[in-house]
Structures are given as structure tokens and as C-alpha cells.
Design a protein around this ligand. Structure first.
Ligand SMILES: [Zn+2]
Ligand SMILES: [Zn+2]
Length: 282
């Protein structure tokens, strides 16, 4: 009796089985990847996005929009939980391509091991984005602001505009909203303490003149009650050519040198004083 040792081969393309080309379900790995859905997504992935601050929730936890690494991990975890292999193949890892908010399809690379050979497949996963309100925005919307910091400047330049982002970052849990105006912005804050901290931060960077006033004053039986404090912070970033009023008289800034400023009045007379002194006069 003659026996011929026949190697197994792929039923699809005919390649013979070897160490480098193992067969799985009578298919070589290349044909297996092409003809079978090896992985499935168990259920629709639902992601909540806060309509106010763009925080993201998948599962139970809200993650702030600027925390890209954590959002990526969050999405990766939810995908890892929900992507299963169909033929008992061992999934090694799942990695999400860069996340695009509101994109209805996400691309995910799934890597798996078949007979010690690493295979990789790109899955397109449907995502449902739900507009929602995150827990901190909800908490915030149910509270009202207790003070307003009015940031104004002689020259509302990019540095002051961008400083708004620094403030939002540092005090995001206590800033209710920021209203953009022509010559500055109003910051509504949840407590007076934060208002003072914001004023201090501005004062570290610029020479300022602050004036505190109150929304309204009224009396009740217990006595005088004060309304919300409004802290006006005027940034004294004068440039030559700026006009200003001191004691009801108009001046034009002719020059600024270090800490001194030279002003010209309507008769063309000039006087020089320290900027700190000028602040007291404004
Ligand atoms: Zn094949
Ligand atoms: Zn939010």
C-alpha cells in the first residue's frame, strides 16, 4: 500500500499549509480575513455629548472635552467590552482611530492571534451620539451666579482675549459663563471668592484699576441688603494715541517709557507721571 502524505491546503486559494501559512477553518489567514466577519459589535455604541461643554460620556462617567487621552481610553474601553470574536479567536487588542465627534462611524483596528500569527482587521463601528447635559453643567445651570467680573481694557488686544482661556481653564468649575463684549468680557462666577481670585490673576499680569459696585441695593425689615457684586477690572495697557479723561479733562497719551507715561492736554501741554500714579487718578 502506498500512502502519499498530502499537506492540507486552503479551500479558497489552494495555498498549502505551513508554519508561516497556518489554516483556520480550512482557510489560510488571508482568505479567512477576506471571507469571514471575524468580529462583531454586540450592541450599538451610544455616546453622550454635553451640548454645553462638549464633555463625553460612554458608560457612567463624564469626561471633559479637553481631556483627549481620557476620552480615547473611555471609547477604547467601551469598544473592547462590546467587540467579540466570532470564531473563538483570541483578541489581543482593540485600538480606536482618532475620534471624530459626531461622526456616525468609527474605525477600530482589532488585532488577534490565530496559531501564534497576529492578524489585524479594521472594523467600522456605528456610533449613536446623543446630545445631553453633563452632570457639572446640570449642577451649574441649576445655580445662579453670585458675582460678575467685568474685564475691560484700554486696548482690547489678543493677549487679553486669550487670557480668557487661561481663566476658563483655571476656574472652569466656578465660571458660569463669559459674555464677550467690544472692549472686554463679563465673567459670571458662582461665588465671590472665585471673582476675587480672577481679579488677582489679572492683576498679576497687568496694571489694573478695580472698582466694586453692587447690582442693586434695597432695604427690607432686617436692614440694608446688597445685590450681586460687580467687580470692574480695567486693564491699564495704554498706548500712545489713546485718549483718556482725568477729572473731566481730556488727554492724549503721547508716549510711554518704562513705568512713566506722558500725557498731552487739549492746549498741547505735556506732563509726565508714573503709571501707578495715573491709575489713582482714573
Ligand atoms: Zn487562501
Ligand atoms: Zn457640560
Amino acid at each position: 500500500m502506498i500512502s502519499i502524505a498530502m499537506g492540507r491546503f486552503c479551500v479558497e486559494c489552494g495555498v498549502e499549509e505551513s508554519v508561516n501559512t497556518p489554516l483556520f477553518n480550512n482557510l489560510c489567514l488571508k482568505c479567512l480575513l477576506e471571507t469571514h466577519d471575524l468580529f462583531e459589535v454586540r450592541k450599538k455604541i451610544v455616546v453622550h455629548v454635553c451640548r454645553k461643554c462638549s464633555s463625553i460620556k460612554a458608560g457612567n462617567k463624564w469626561v471633559k472635552a479637553d481631556n483627549i487621552v481620557e476620552i480615547h481610553n473611555l471609547m477604547n474601553n467601551i469598544l473592547t467590552k462590546n467587540i467579540k470574536s466570532m470564531l473563538g479567536i483570541e483578541i489581543v487588542d482593540i485600538s480606536l482611530k482618532p475620534l471624530e465627534t459626531y461622526s456616525s462611524v468609527l474605525e477600530v483596528e482589532v488585532r488577534a492571534l490565530i496559531s501564534n500569527n497576529l492578524i489585524s482587521k479594521i472594523l467600522r463601528v456605528n456610533i449613536e451620539w446623543i446630545k445631553d447635559i453633563c452632570s457639572s453643567c446640570l449642577k451649574r445651570s441649576s445655580r445662579s451666579y453670585e458675582a460678575v467680573v467685568q474685564v475691560r481694557a484700554f486696548n482690547y488686544d489678543d493677549e487679553i482675549k486669550e487670557f480668557k482661556n487661561t481663566l476658563i481653564h483655571a476656574f472652569q468649575d466656578n465660571i458660569l459663563e463669559i459674555n464677550e463684549l467690544n472692549k472686554g468680557y463679563d465673567i459670571k462666577v458662582l461665588n465671590v471668592h472665585t471673582a476675587q481670585q480672577i481679579v488677582d490673576e489679572i492683576r498679576k499680569k497687568w496694571i489694573v484699576k478695580t472698582v466694586r459696585s453692587y447690582e442693586k441695593q434695597y432695604r427690607n425689615r432686617e436692614g440694608r441688603r446688597r445685590g450681586k457684586p460687580y467687580i470692574s477690572v480695567r486693564i491699564i495697557n495704554l498706548k500712545s494715541g489713546n485718549r483718556l479723561i482725568i477729572n473731566s479733562k481730556a488727554y492724549i497719551v503721547s508716549s510711554i517709557m518704562n513705568n512713566s507715561i506722558t500725557l498731552r492736554n487739549s492746549s498741547g501741554e505735556e506732563k509726565t507721571l508714573k503709571i501707578r500714579e495715573l491709575v489713582k487718578l482714573l
